[in-house]
Design a protein around this ligand. Sequence first.
Ligand SMILES: [Zn+2]
Length: 233
Amino acid sequence: MKKMNKNKRKKLSFPALFGIAFLSVTILSGNAVYYKLKSTPEIEVKKVSAEKTNDPMLILVNRTHKISCGYNGELILLDCGKYVDSRIYPQLQKMFDDMRDEGIYPIVNEGYRTNEEQEQMMEDKINAYLNEGYSEKLAKKLAEELVAPPGMSEHELGIAVDIVADKSKSDNEEVYSWLAENAHKYGFIQRYPQDKTNITGFEYEPWHYRYVGSEAAADIHEQGLCLEEYLEL
Ligand SMILES: [Zn+2]
């Protein structure tokens, strides 16, 4: 993959926005947290129930914590054609540069995804199961085990990326193992570890990395936690 080009930086609004959007996030304790999001990446926290939730990079989105409204941020276009939140871009670029210096060649296979794209993914998956002859109910159930329902995917935040190998130069296994060992140094965590599937609600995904910032990533890595466990502490 070509290097991400800073000149391609552009400002985009995430969907359903009129400059200001309110994102309501329910954290593990069940209390609602409200973020007032402006069209700039700056975030004014209106009400929080835990200090950690002051950090927008620690927003929890999973099968029980839906993005309840539009989410706003500045996206940046990568050369591979994917978008990511500009706040994670510098560290993502640094991580890729360092990996390439070691002779391992990653690409971003998926970055920001709109709610509509997430919905389409789900529909496609359900249709694939229907075509295989499953009943409507079972097709939906199986699809939801693999694909996050719309509003429940971290990709809709723009701060999660799927990283795989540039197949002409590397293989996935070497990319995954480099990431597992080093991604935390750049503020990224493996979001769906093999031994946490019952907590995260997602199958093991060695390619899916979520930005949480260097401090949280170091703690999560050292203590062998998943994001849900970390936020509960
Ligand atoms: Zn992913």
